[in-house]
Design a protein around this ligand. Sequence first.
Ligand code: CIR
Length: 247
Amino acid sequence: MKALVRGVSPRVAEGQVTHMERQPLEYEKAVEEHGQYVDVLRELVDEVIELPADEQYPDCVFVEDTAVVLDEIAIITRPGAESRRGEVDAVAEALAYWRPIAHIQAPGTIDGGDVLVLDRTIFIGLTSRTNKAGIEQFRELARGYDVHAIPVHGALHLKTAITRVAHDALLVNREWIDCTPFDRWKLIEIDPSEPFAANALLVGESLIYAREFPKTRKKLPGDVRLVPAGELAKVEGGVTCSAILIR
Ligand code: CIR
């Protein structure tokens, strides 16, 4: 397995904020925390591909939103936030080495943070960033996968509300989604005092998880690698957002 990451823009403090108040963010601290995250990824994958930051895109560190890499194809998104659309070019160029490439086209929009791939089933959040046209195009491109749209209320992305933490288990904040479509999975609920705690990054058998959620962490199975993730969280980034995994 490989991971693609991208540097933190010096303008990261100007990143989009939708569901929280804008807060002061320290660039150096964000870079330091991101570095620790990349170090943990290095322990877990065969190779980390690092793209440089592009200063004109404050949110460029959040590569997850720019592409969804399946075994057969890399689907380059059209991010819902206009300020983020240009982020996809450098990522598409890098991924073209590993996969055939397809693009979501206007009027479709998709953020990769809305796309939860569970083996051959894919759930896509209907959110302020991802629309029905984007999901329809994705379904056409993801041949052989079962693609389901899931409305998300009150959270930025589907993966703010639910992520996979083991082959048979999902971590969830039930405030933001209806869990009925996930009833064949073991569901672990976040601690209610930690609403943003449902975002975890499963890399093989290990889980990368934010150290800011100690109560929810106690409920997590297996090998959990804690990383500091508080600074990028101020612009609504979680641990899934900063990597694209390539099998
Ligand atoms: C944004 O609002 O687009 C960024 N500030 C945060 C993106 C976080 N990405 C993700 O959850 N996949």
